[in-house]
Design a protein. Structure first.
Length: 235
């Protein structure tokens, strides 16, 4: 009986951590990574308790409120892991792995002090295998016009904040903030003149925390470049 009460209490506590972690991160009480750690801890505890609940159920001891909570939380947690298991464990993506755009202004931000903002060479092979569709885009616009378009589109993104624009370097930098945990990703868009009235647009998106990004950065690049091509009229 006492073991059942303990499991029930732990199940409720695990559910509380899964809710509390994102909530504290969203409110800014803890750092995003700390909030995610609480969420993950609650999920792991719930998985262990869910296994214990199944064993108790097989033995005919029934389920408690905490056991049901742990089963639900475990199912959600495992579902999230499975749905994101096909994403590589890298958190920095670019359309040009040979000459990735540099996050020059981002490197000067206080939040990035001490961080290596260069694109890790080892990521190139991983990205080629998983995301070969991330490539430079050629647009039918002069560099100045294409750069202005990039800045306008960046400013229009609901979760982005444009931090810097450098017409001489042909770059626009921004910071994207996730809705729930408020993770921050640094972004740079680079526009180079190709000749005539055409330009080459490249983009890079890098997470500040974690080893993987659950596909967020690659998806962000795809979405932005589709919007850019649509605005430009490029097929």
């Amino acid at each position: 009986m006492r073991s059942g009460r303990k499991l029930s209490a732990l199940g409720i506590a695990a559910g509380g951590l899964v809710i509390l972690g994102p909530l504290l991160a969203y409110l800014g009480v803890v750092r995003p990574l700390a909030g995610f750690a609480l969420f993950a801890l609650g999920g792991i505890i719930a998985v262990v308790l869910a296994l214990a609940a199944v064993i108790r159920l097989v033995r005919g001891r029934g389920l408690t409120v905490g056991s049901v909570t742990s089963l639900v939380v475990a199912a959600i947690f495992v579902g999230l892991i499975v749905s994101n298991s096909d994403h590589p464990r890298i958190n920095d993506f670019t359309t040009d792995v040979e000459d990735p755009p540099a996050l020059q202004f981002a490197a000067t931000l206080p939040e990035n002090q001490g961080r290596d903002m260069s694109y890790p060479p080892a990521f190139a092979a991983v990205q080629r295998q998983c995301c070969g569709d991330l490539k430079s885009v050629e647009v039918r616009q002069p560099q100045a016009a294409a750069l202005e378009r990039a800045q306008q589109l960046a400013a229009a993104q609901p979760s982005w904040r444009v931090t810097h624009s450098d017409p001489l370097a042909g770059t626009v930098e921004a910071v994207a903030t996730s809705n729930l945990f408020h993770f921050h990703d640094d972004i740079v868009i680079r526009v180079r003149a190709k000749g005539g009235d055409t330009s080459i647009v490249d983009m890079r998106s890098k997470s500040r925390d974690g080893q993987g990004d659950m596909g967020v950065n690659a998806a962000r690049i795809r979405k932005f470049l589709v919007a850019f091509r649509t605005a430009d009229g490029t097929p």
